[in-house]
Design a binder for this molecule. Sequence first.
Ligand code: NAP
Length: 303
Amino acid sequence: MTEAAIIDGKAFAAGLRERVGAAVASLNAAHGKVPGLAVVLVGEDPASEVYVRNKRKQTAECGMRSIEHKLSAETDQETLLKLIADLNADDGVDGILVQLPLPDHVDPQAVLDAIDPAKDVDGFHVINAGKLATGGDALVPCTPMGCLLMLKDRLGDLSGKNAVVVGRSNIVGKPMAALLTRESCTVTIAHSRTKDLPAVCRGADILVAAVGRPEMIKGDWIGEGAVVIDVGINRVEAPEKGLKEDGTPKTKLVGDVDFAGAAVNAGAITPVPGGVGPMTIACLLRNTLVAACRQAGVTPPAI
Ligand SMILES: NC(=O)c1ccc[n+]([C@@H]2O[C@H](COP(=O)([O-])OP(=O)(O)OC[C@H]3O[C@@H](n4cnc5c(N)ncnc54)[C@H](OP(=O)(O)O)[C@@H]3O)[C@@H](O)[C@H]2O)c1
């Protein structure tokens, strides 16, 4: 039996942000270029506002320009598309991120498709998804990129490893599988129709869980020594923490993996919170640097 090592995503993300900051300073010194990241927020979703505030702070800390557009929840799609067109044409903007979810009257795909693929730092544009799938120089979605960087840091060469990705969303599961394929893993994509998921998971050297179901993946689904990356962020009631002022139980965040159970067999595992989550914004900053370098005709640094 092993006792899993904890993969500290918070510390890894801090290191990555530092490397991005150093590369931004070099880009500015050598080419007079300061990367600019435009974030568009429509409406007043409290969770989105927290994300946007964190992005603004961390963008500035890396020495990049942060440009924010806060629009009312009533903004129509035409106005939003006009803003995207203006940001596409603005040489001071290297990356564009539209915070999701958008209000119901706006078609998110139409908005994402309007972003210049060269500035698509979320990597959600179909051109970037296609480039990732076909081996081109894509801007890669931030969350799976963060998972891959932690896996390579932990395991070095991933070639020949059996990787199981549970979840097939366009923003996590599919790009994660594409990245692992690019690293020459043997990749299985599991989903809600997969037969005998526990057995499929047990065969994994690398298990990435991106399901959105609290602690669904149990300890005895984990093969001896497997590296487990838990992407899930689920808020659940935590009666052990007591009650809130309104008399309802306090809550806590848990992943898609039963952490305590999985830690018995796993070689290494990411905690929730403090695992994959902090890597997502760090990879957004990395993508903004890459986008700025490419738009300036400079080879992006390998960080
Ligand atoms: N750390 C971060 O920064 C970050 C970023 C993004 C997302 N997340 C979290 O990651 C999780 C997944 O997000 P997502 O956007 O990829 O979710 P999603 O779009 O809802 O996709 C969930 C996937 O899980 C599969 N699934 C659902 N129930 C299953 C079951 N019982 N057995 C096997 N597979 C099952 C679904 O299969 P079908 O396709 O068959 O329906 C689907 O492919 C969520 O908890 C989310 O909050 C975290």
